[in-house]
Structure formats: structure tokens, C-alpha cells
Design a binder for this molecule. Structure first.
Ligand code: NAD
Ligand code: UGA
Length: 469
């Protein structure tokens, strides 16, 4: 029986391993983490992350061939294949601060693997890491324990939150990079055999280590670049009377461009796009490629511009001040169908409005109050340095209240900002909402999910991204 251990029971480690366990009943999978609350939650009725379909998969395998444990060393020692899926946040201090990936968690995992191993192992980079990380990891593994063969593979994850289970069941591709040596090729084949349980073999791509590592950063950079491109166009639409939905549709029907990922928004968020592009920029700079670095910097600059532009639009529309005015924030997660708020554009928008002395009433169906308070009190880039490792008590902010109902959030408000595209926001009783708001009543749709005509008919003043005013 092959034994797999995954270090890191987060948004990637948890769902990925649950799907491997489901699809490979003869493989024993242990997911380990240093966070006791996280592992307790994986072993409970309330999983630590909200992801459609995940609970069902976990319930089918947990206790059979899927185990969650804090006994990291035991499970690593017993495993044939060790996935490392720890967080790789942006460095907050020292060399490369604000850009380079912080590999502290990865390095400590690698040192522990080297220390506890007594048999040959395949070590799989599941986390997103800078290109050439495998070389550093190989050095750590080889240095600490002689006589044991460690084969290192890069197997980056392409799932998106909110659709993780679907993405894992039917991936566009699985990418495996390894050394071009007999041992490296044997390791690639072993991992390929795992995925081949459910992924068609023509979708399993095998490359060298550096191509696999760089492909992950490149894929995220290309995806984010598409959003910044459409968001840049949305500003021009507003200035000219063009409609971004019509422009995106017209552009996307070119089969060379394709229709996906062209929705204008208040800006992209999530734990990875910004972090991975910053990492890419840093690698370019370190390799003497400032022009390439500057090219990718623009993707982030346009994203920041889009968030600032949204805040400015809210304030300028509401007679140049929101001081003392109640504004309802509908949606705080970085996208629908997740409770994840890492780098959500809602943080910047809320901070911008608080900066203009607004009073915010926030509602998100999946994000609890303490998480919102913590997000709004934290400094940039601090969020992904595990808070559960250094518990931080959320400071309540006097200008912010968090409520559990959209009607409560909008009651007596001067304006509404829609910041996450939750389906339920499309179907609210907007007449009732309008009746209970201060007049004139404004809607700022940061996700373009609303029927603008319908809202205007009720009496709202509506601003949508990239749409005629
Ligand atoms: P996460 O923060 O949700 O999970 C990481 C876990 O690793 C945490 O629970 C932490 O406690 C644990 N950990 C850290 N150091 C450890 C150690 N030494 N031993 C044991 N456990 C340790 O992060 P995530 O969102 O799952 O992302 C993990 C990696 O996957 C990152 O590199 C990220 O860039 C990449 N990635 C994320 C996504 C996504 O959708 N979130 C998608 C693709 C790739
Ligand atoms: C993204 C990638 O899509 C995954 O392939 C990748 O594995 C993952 O990052 C990662 O490396 O972490 P994720 O961030 O979970 O996945 O979610 P996306 O669906 O990509 O959305 C990212 C952000 O872009 C969200 O804020 C979303 O609202 C925004 N977005 C997306 C737009 O503004 N417009 C679009 O057309 C699409």
C-alpha cells in the first residue's frame, strides 16, 4: 500500500488530498498540520474551509483512507510520497520584503522531512514557489541525511477556490516536473500513477523541474493580466460611453482570446495572484530583467488603481463626502462560494471609505465578524503569516458593524457597495431595500451582477463598473 502524507491542511492540502483519497481507495492519505484548531476542524462536522462539494468527499473517506493529524513527524516518516502544501506568503521583512516569497515554512518542513526520514521518499512541491526552489530543497534534504534517496518533484496546483472540487475532479491539466535522471523519471511515473486513477493520461503533463515551477507563476500572471486588461478597459468605457460587458463579449468571441475570465470587477483578490506576481517580479529583477519586471508590475498597479477608482467613485457620487453616512457593504469574501478573505478587494474599499469617515455595515453570508475585524486591522502582507500560529485578537473598529442579513445592512443606509458576486444578492427585494434607505439611495455594483435598468426604475442612482452612468 502506497502511503501519502501532505504537510499543510489548508485550502490546497485539504481538498487535494481528500480527492486523492476518494479516487485512490488503496492509497492511505494523511494530512498533517502544526495548527491544532485546523486539524480539529477537519476531524469535526464543521470543516475549516467552505468549499462546495468538499464535505461530501471528506465524509466518504475520512477514517477509511483519509486521516487528519497533528502528528506531523510520524506520518512523514511512514510516507512514500510527501506533498508539501504549506503557505508561501510575501516576505514582510528583510531582503526582498514586499515582493519575494517567504520560504520559512517550506524550509522548516524540508528540514523536518530530512530529520525524520528513514526510508526513500518522493517529496512533492505542491505550494507555489519561486523557480529553482527545488534546488534549495534538494540541498537541505541531501545535507541532513546521508544514504536516503529523496526525489523532488514540482506538482503545482491550479484549483480555484469556490470550484476546487470540480477543478480537482476534472482538471484542465496536471503538471509534474522532475529531474531528467532515472531516479527523477521513476518519481514522475509514481506520481503520474496516482493521478492516472482519474485524470486522462493526455492531461498529465511532464516537464523538467524549472518549467513546472515557472509555469505555475506564469499561469497566475496571465490570468491576473486578463483581469487587469478588462478592468483598464472598464475605466475607458466609463469615460467614453462604451459598455464593458459588450466590449468583453465582443473581444471574447475571438476564439484566439476566448470568453472566460473577462469580467470587469472592483479588482482581483485572493491569496495568490498578487503574491505570485510580486514573486515573479522579484525573480525577474534578481535575474537582471527590469523591463520584464516592470511589465508585470503594471498588472498590480492597474488592480490597485481599480480599487481606488471605485472608492473615489463612491465618495464623489455622494456629494464628495461620506462622512458619518451609513454605507452597506454586501460581500466581503474575495469571490463567491468561499469564506476566504485573503487579499479581498473589500479590505481596500472598506479602508478607503473608513478613511473618508463613512460608517460601514457589512454583510457576507460566509465571513464571520472576527475575521472581518481582523482583516481590517491588519497590515498589508501580514495576513498570510499564519494568524493561528501567532493568535491576534481582532480589534473592533468603531466605524464598522457586521450584520447577518442584507436587509439589516442596508437599513437607513445612504449607499450600497456590492463587493462579492454572491448569487443571493441578485434576488434581494430591492424595492423593500430602497424603501428603507436614506434618499437619494445609491448602488455601487463592483461586480456587475445587478440589472441596472430595474434598479433605476425603483429609484436608485446606480454605478456599475465600466457601464454608462
Ligand atoms: P493555507 O494557509 O490555507 O494552508 C497552509 C497550511 O500549512 C496552514 O494550515 C499552516 O498551519 C500549515 N503549515 C505551515 N507550516 C507548516 C509546517 N512546518 N508543518 C506543518 N504545517 C505547516 O494555504 P493554502 O491556500 O492552502 O496555500 C498553500 C500553497 O498552495 C501556497 O503556496 C499557495 O500559493 C498555493 N496555492 C493556493 C491555492 C488556493 O486556492 N488557495 C491554489 C493553488 C496554489
Ligand atoms: C486563482 C487561479 O484561478 C487558480 O488557477 C490558481 O490555482 C489559484 O489562483 C492560486 O494559485 O491560488 P482563485 O484565486 O482561487 O484562483 O480564484 P479566481 O477564480 O482565479 O479569482 C481570483 C480573483 O479574480 C477573484 O477576486 C475574482 O473575483 C477575480 N476575477 C476573476 C475577476 O475580477 N474577473 C474575472 O473575470 C475572473
Amino acid at each position: 500500500m502506497v502511503k501519502i502524507c501532505c504537510i499543510g491542511a489548508g485550502y490546497v492540502g485539504g481538498p487535494t488530498m481528500a480527492v486523492i483519497a476518494l479516487k485512490c481507495p488503496e492509497i492511505e492519505v494523511a494530512v498533517v498540520d502544526i495548527s491544532v484548531p485546523r486539524i480539529n476542524a477537519w476531524n469535526s462536522e464543521h470543516l475549516p474551509i467552505y468549499e462546495p462539494g468538499l464535505e461530501d468527499v471528506v465524509k466518504q473517506c475520512r477514517g477509511k483512507n483519509l486521516f487528519f493529524s497533528t502528528d506531523v513527524e510520524k506520518h512523514v516518516a511512514e510516507a512514500d510520497i510527501v506533498f508539501v502544501s504549506v503557505n508561501t506568503p510575501t516576505k514582510t521583512q528583510g531582503l526582498g520584503a514586499g515582493k519575494a516569497a517567504d520560504l520559512t515554512y517550506w524550509e522548516s518542513a524540508a528540514r523536518m522531512i530530512a530529520d525524520v526520514s528513514t526510508s526513500d521518499k518522493i517529496v512533492v512541491e505542491k505550494s507555489t514557489v519561486p523557480v529553482k526552489t527545488a534546488e534549495a530543497i534538494e540541498k537541505i534534504l541531501a545535507h541532513n541525511r546521508k544514504g536516503i534517496n529523496f526525489s523532488i518533484l514540482s506538482n503545482p496546483e491550479f484549483l480555484a477556490e469556490g470550484t476546487a472540487i470540480k477543478d480537482l475532479f476534472q482538471p484542465d491539466r496536471v503538471l509534474i516536473g522532475g529531474r531528467e535522471t532515472p531516479l527523477g523519471q521513476k518519481a514522475i511515473q509514481a506520481l503520474k500513477d496516482v493521478y492516472a486513477h482519474w485524470v486522462p493520461v493526455d492531461r498529465i503533463l511532464c516537464t523538467n523541474l524549472w518549467s513546472a515551477e515557472l509555469s505555475k507563476l506564469a499561469a497566475n500572471a496571465f490570468l491576473a493580466q486578463r483581469i487587469s486588461s478588462v478592468n483598464a478597459m472598464s475605466a475607458l468605457c466609463e469615460a467614453t460611453g462604451a459598455d464593458i460587458t459588450q466590449v468583453s463579449h465582443s473581444v471574447g468571441t475571438d476564439s484566439r482570446i476566448g470568453p472566460k475570465f473577462l469580467n470587469a470587477s472592483v479588482g482581483f483578490g485572493g491569496s495568490c495572484f498578487q503574491k505570485d506576481i510580486l514573486n515573479l517580479i522579484y525573480i525577474c529583477e534578481c535575474n537582471g530583467l527590469p523591463e520584464v519586471a516592470n511589465y508585470w508590475k503594471q498588472v498590480i498597479k492597474v488592480n490597485d488603481y481599480q480599487k481606488t477608482r471605485f472608492v473615489n467613485r463612491v465618495v464623489s457620487s455622494m456629494f464628495n463626502t461620506v462622512s458619518g453616512k451609513k454605507i452597506a457593504i454586501l460581500g466581503f469574501a474575495f469571490k463567491k462560494d468561499t469564506g476566504d478573505t485573503r487579499e479581498t478587494p473589500a479590505i481596500d474599499v472598506c479602508k478607503g471609505l473608513i478613511g473618508d469617515k463613512a460608517k460601514l455595515s457589512i454583510y457576507d453570508p460566509q465571513v464571520p465578524e472576527d475575521q472581518i475585524s481582523r482583516d481590517l486591522s491588519m497590515k498589508k502582507f501580514d495576513w498570510d503569516h499564519p494568524v493561528h500560529l501567532q493568535p491576534m485578537s481582532p480589534t473592533s473598529i468603531k466605524e464598522v458593524s457586521v450584520v447577518w442579513d442584507a436587509y439589516e445592512a442596508t437599513k437607513d443606509a445612504h449607499g450600497i457597495c456590492i463587493l462579492t458576486e454572491w448569487d443571493e444578492f441578485r434576488n434581494l427585494d430591492y424595492q423593500r431595500i430602497y424603501d428603507n434607505m436614506r434618499k437619494p439611495a445609491f448602488v455601487f455594483d463592483g461586480r456587475n451582477i445587478m440589472d441596472v435598468g430595474k434598479l433605476r426604475k425603483i429609484g436608485f442612482i446606480v454605478y456599475s463598473i465600466g457601464k454608462p452612468l
